[in-house]
Design a protein. Structure first.
Length: 153
């Protein structure tokens, strides 16, 4: 049985395309393997995988340590001043202007203090009152101080 020269040409062309595809795949795999073994003195896959796993374990430990530090910082931040309320008012109708004020400084748990200033013609007086969980602690709060706390929330 004699093959037609045209069929032989098509088979040779198909074989050539197949060889080119295989060559490209082998070249690509070779480059990938060289990239994996770039900084490894022994060029075997076991060594490469072992070093990758070691680095992965170290990274996991660092991530867990950082997560613990973040949690500690978040817990600590709840005690810092985060909320501010400010109210100006006139405690004495006979005098002019809203020269008096209440300033509420609270943390995440609505705990902190209220600073009040009462201004009159002769003097200005300052008062500080503790606040726990959004309520006055030890002293009764004025309506302006309560409003400053509400504004802070």
């Amino acid at each position: 049985m004699v093959l037609n020269p045209e069929i032989i040409q098509w088979l040779a062309l198909a074989l050539l395309v197949w060889v080119i595809i295989l060559t490209a795949l082998i070249f690509q795999s070779s480059l990938h393997y060289k990239k994996l073994t770039k900084n490894v003195s022994q060029k075997d896959l076991k060594t490469v995988l072992s070093s990758i796993m070691t680095q992965l374990n170290q990274n996991q430990k660092q991530v867990e340590e950082l997560q613990g530090q973040i949690a500690a910082q978040q817990k600590k931040l709840k005690t810092h001043i985060q909320k501010v309320g400010f109210v100006r008012f006139n405690p004495f109708p006979a005098t002019g202007g809203d020269q008096s004020f209440c300033l509420a400084l609270l943390d995440a748990n609505d705990t902190g203090f209220v600073l009040s200033s009462l201004h009159s013609r002769d003097t200005t007086r300052f008062y500080a009152k503790a606040v726990k969980n959004g309520e006055g602690s030890g002293y009764e709060l004025s309506k302006e101080e309560k409003r400053a706390i509400e504004d802070a929330k």
